[in-house]
Ligand binder design. Structure first.
Ligand code: NAI
Length: 330
């Protein structure tokens, strides 16, 4: 068997942590032949709950799970990790301003950037899930200069999968035959879920659905607002779908996207498609041999360009706010 890979999950005692640790231990992230060692990090108040998760992982007797490190010390938890899934963060509470939440989270990501930089294995791949995901990953990148920018990403795969799911439900075609939607921009309600290049059973999605008013209206708002709809239904935010999509994100990044298929990932922008540079923006990407590349040459119509700009503008504004919170010049 290959050497085990070490996978860090921060916020491991939380909701998404509880869903993703068993998925990783079952091979959903790195495949059924890759043994793993889970590194779980949470904070002192969650220490006991974290120990409970560790106990359950032992009790589940996973054949692929070669060890579990449960820690409240970021330096210890980051030691030698090959993959880092950053789920830990401070939730928005009633009455809190956006800036207050931003301030708490960028401080966490600045601190964890240096813990990762000092302790992770060379080539460590980082996925930031905690919100504001794009801006947290940007802060992490800025404060971990020795980690290549292309190794730091954020999760928009959940939005991508939500878009696939909506097209599947609307068309009655299984989700496995729906491909190549795109999530552009921020993991927020300004994101642009784009169906113009999507296919359903090999045919253009617009042709199969045959309802442009829906695709340009309710489809977009349903995907943008899906997180809020889940909170309304469950009283808790999406956890199993977030965990599953995070596994999809890392799996495709490490093992490659299937021929003819792209996925959406938040990556450090090179300015493709007129996106602002210097922010983490979600693009369509293909992956091969552990490297992602932005799909180039897609035609973008006028309404799409406007939506892509709006979500990019929001990211520039979030970056400025984050820098202000950290007391740095934007
Ligand atoms: P949760 O509140 O259940 O868990 C968060 C955990 O992080 C808690 O156990 C908390 O103690 C821990 N934590 C707080 N500060 C920490 C630190 N400095 N280091 C390590 N751990 C720390 O939240 P849940 O539902 O698991 O969601 C986690 C994050 O993921 C939230 O920010 C949420 O908004 C975000 N999210 C992102 C999605 C995406 O698509 N990008 C989808 C769903 C959620």
């Amino acid at each position: 068997a290959p050497e085990p890979k070490r996978i860090l999950v921060t916020g491991a005692a939380g909701q998404i942590g509880y869903a993703i640790c068993p998925m990783i231990a079952r091979g959903a992230m790195l495949g059924p032949d890759q043994p793993v060692i889970l590194h779980m990090l949470d904070i002192e108040p969650a220490k006991q709950a974290l120990e409970g998760v560790r106990m359950e992982l032992v009790d589940a007797a996973y054949p692929l799970l070669m060890g579990v490190v449960a820690s409240t010390d970021a330096e210890e938890a980051c030691k030698g990790v090959d993959v880092a899934v950053m789920v830990g963060g401070f939730p928005r509470k009633a009455g809190m301003e956006r800036k207050d939440v931003m301030s708490k989270n960028v401080a966490i990501y600045k601190a964890q950037a240096s813990a990762l930089e000092k302790n992770a294995a060379p080539g460590c791949k980082v996925l930031v899930v905690a919100n504001p995901a794009n801006t947290n990953s940007l802060i992490l990148k800025e404060h971990a200069p020795s980690i290549p920018a292309e190794n730091i990403t954020c999760l928009t795969r959940l939005d991508h999968n939500r878009a696939l799911g909506q097209l599947s439900e609307r068309s009655g075609v299984h989700v496995g035959k729906v491909k190549n939607v795109i999530i552009w921009g921020n993991h927020s309600s300004t994101q642009y879920p784009d169906v113009n290049h999507a296919t359903i059973d090999g045919k253009p999605a617009r042709e199969v659905i045959g309802d442009d008013a829906y695709l340009d209206g309710d489809f977009i708002s349903t995907v943008q607002q899906r997180g809020a709809a889940i909170i309304k239904a469950r009283g808790l935010s999406s956890a199993l779908s977030a965990a599953s999509s995070a596994c999809d994100h890392i799996r495709d990044w490490v093992l490659g996207t299937p021929e003819g298929t792209w996925v959406s990932m938040g990556v450090y922008s090179d300015g493709s498609y007129g996106a602002p540079k210097g922010v983490v923006y979600s693009f369509p990407v293909t992956c091969k041999a552990g490297t992602w590349s932005i799909v180039q040459g897609l035609s973008i119509d006028e309404p799409s360009a406007a939506k892509m700009k709006a979500t990019g503008d929001e990211l520039v504004e979030e970056k400025a706010l984050a820098m202000e919170c950290l007391g740095e010049a934007a």
